[in-house]
Write a protein that binds this ligand. Structure first.
Ligand code: CA
Length: 230
């Protein structure tokens, strides 16, 4: 989270001060602009990691800024949180949904906004980090199409088997405990037991025989995917 740049485009100085205070406390670097045109210029000159954009602004409206940011390939993927005042939202929501990733209605709680900023940045980070596919020996797994192939031949996996295999690939060479796998793949409030992990590993090995050796069982602990030998 550290060193992430956030640009606030907002003409109400009280809100700018409030947001600056709360976001700086979280370690973010802030840039601010109090009108639409300078905000857009700043967004292009010094591309931030996220923009908090007011809807009603002097010089250029938030919606127009949003559109221009989205159509510029340099800034098109930038996460945007829109700020709207009560009463403005009804006829603007459709427009907002076209360009902004999230929106918050004034008056808002700063803590809530900070939480949304974090969530949006996290979501974006994950998008950047994850490669679209994994190749491991004869296995190829595509995260976008959800295809799994062995030597080019498709293998059908159930959703949890797929998710489990992704975790093993992502953490190649590292032991993952059954508890950790349960948390990541099935979720915290799931009532399945660690035994479920074993069942799914067994199914993966049945469907993809080369995983019998590739997935190592670490006794009374968990599993790991062997690092390929070259
Ligand atoms: Ca305003």
């Amino acid at each position: 989270m550290k060193n992430k740049k956030i640009l606030i485009i907002e003409d109400e100085q009280d809100i700018v001060r409030l947001l600056t205070h709360y976001l700086q406390k979280e370690g973010y670097n802030l840039r601010t602009a109090s009108d639409g045109i300078s905000g857009l210029q700043l967004a292009r000159k010094d591309i931030p990691h996220l923009i908090i954009l007011d809807l009603m602004l002097p010089e250029m409206e938030g919606l127009e800024i949003c559109k221009r940011i989205r159509t510029d390939p340099k800034t098109s993927a930038l996460p945007i949180i829109m700020l709207t005042a009560k009463g403005e939202e009804s006829d603007k929501i459709i427009g907002l949904e076209l360009g902004a990733d999230d929106y918050v209605t004034k008056p808002f709680s700063p803590k809530e906004l900070v939480a949304r900023v974090k969530a949006l940045l996290r979501r974006n980070e994950r998008k950047d980090e994850e490669p679209p596919s994994y190749i491991y020996g004869p296995l190829e797994l595509n995260l976008e199409s959800h295809d799994v192939k062995i030597d080019g031949k498709e293998v059908h996996l159930r959703a949890k088997e797929f998710d489990l295999l992704v975790q093993l690939l992502k953490n190649k060479g590292r032991v993952l405990t059954r508890e950790v796998l349960l948390d990541i793949v099935w979720g915290y409030d799931s009532d399945v037991t660690t035994r479920t992990v074993d069942v799914h590993v067994r199914r993966l090995r049945e469907k993809i025989p080369f995983l019998i050796d590739a997935i190592v069982t670490v006794k009374s602990y968990g599993y790991k995917l062997r690092v390929e030998e070259n």
